[in-house]
Design a protein around this ligand. Structure first.
Ligand code: G1P
Length: 296
């Protein structure tokens, strides 16, 4: 069956970005000039996804408005002949987006469970907004390509520093069935480095079969007293095969302050309007830092 649906959980409180996220969804924070959630939606569309459900909490309006037409703005840009800007504004409206509210933030597993009726009996992808991925083939498309061969759930993973395992879901890998595609013995949510079965961490892209909902419906709270998607996947793995695909591209963690700033710089250095000015500024800063070090 073709994978056509994506679920983007966006109900988090965004506490790591307070006060910016007090009245605004963290998914609307821009990297240079584009809200982070638009990068996720673009990855979904490039991967052949046709329908996207965003699971929101409070402050969902700006996300909904962002992907809706803004007639007043469009007319204004048309009148002023600002065709490039008009194109940027219009290209966000051509998406089949659906919204559902997660009234109680009980964890990622619980957020995904809200998508049960939308997904129905089809395989689907879950895309987390804190990770921006870059590769020749979009990561979501890589998972879909795997699914087309195996018809099994496939979770994207990536090597992380050993001391960071407690920030992620970690897999206990079995043998590779193809280069970079692992059988998985089990999944553990946020283990301490001592307990981590590997350094392969779940990185925010999941291709799941609909049977995950049967598991989520009875899933008990796990790490952090939250209903964890990782625990449900571990349970699913006991009744059907679940694979892990190792991602070899570039991952940007925009869910973390420093990661967000690094991403802004990297994307800025590729942005036609600001790249030259930004590069000059970075060189200037580097010069100042070097001089400071010499003085010390
Ligand atoms: C979630 C998942 C975790 C995964 C991570 C990837 O954790 O629970 O398994 O490794 O996303 O970003 P969170 O970052 O929401 O704490």
């Amino acid at each position: 069956m073709k994978v056509k649906k994506a679920v983007i959980p966006a109900a988090g409180l965004g506490t790591r970005f307070l006060p910016a996220t007090k009245a605004m969804a963290k998914e609307m924070l821009p990297i240079v000039d584009k809200p982070t959630i638009q990068f996720i939606v673009e990855e979904a569309l490039k991967s052949g996804i046709e329908d996207i459900l965003i699971v929101t909490g409070k402050a969902k309006r700006p996300i909904e408005d962002h992907f809706d037409a803004n007639i007043e703005l469009e007319t204004n840009l048309k009148e002023k002949g600002k065709t490039e800007l008009l194109k940027l504004v219009e290209e966000t409206t051509d998406v089949n987006l659906h919204f559902i509210r997660q009234s109680h933030p009980k964890g990622l597993g619980h957020a995904v469970l809200q998508a049960k009726a939308f997904v129905g009996n089809e395989p689907f992808v879950v895309m987390l907004g804190d990770d921006l991925m870059e590769d020749k083939v979009p990561l979501t498309k890589q998972l879909i390509n795997d699914y087309e061969k195996t018809h099994a759930s496939t979770i994207a993973v990536m090597k992380v520093p050993h001391e960071d395992t407690s920030k992620y879901g970690i897999i206990n890998p079995g043998e590779q069935v193809q280069p970079g595609l692992y059988n998985v013995k089990n999944f553990v949510e946020k283990p301490t480095p001592e307990k981590a079965p590997s350094d392969l961490a779940i990185i925010g892209r999941y291709l799941l079969t609909p049977e995950i909902f049967n598991v989520l419906e009875v899933q008990k709270p796990g790490a952090g007293n939250e209903i964890q998607l990782t625990d449900a996947i571990d349970e699913l793995n006991k009744t059907q095969r679940v694979f892990a695909r190792e991602f070899k591209g570039q991952r940007y963690d925009v869910g973390d302050k420093l990661g967000f700033m690094k991403t802004s710089i990297d994307y800025g250095l590729k942005h036609p309007e600001v790249k030259d000015g930004l590069k000059d500024y970075i060189l200037e800063l580097a010069d100042t830092f070097k001089k400071e070090q010499k003085i010390k």
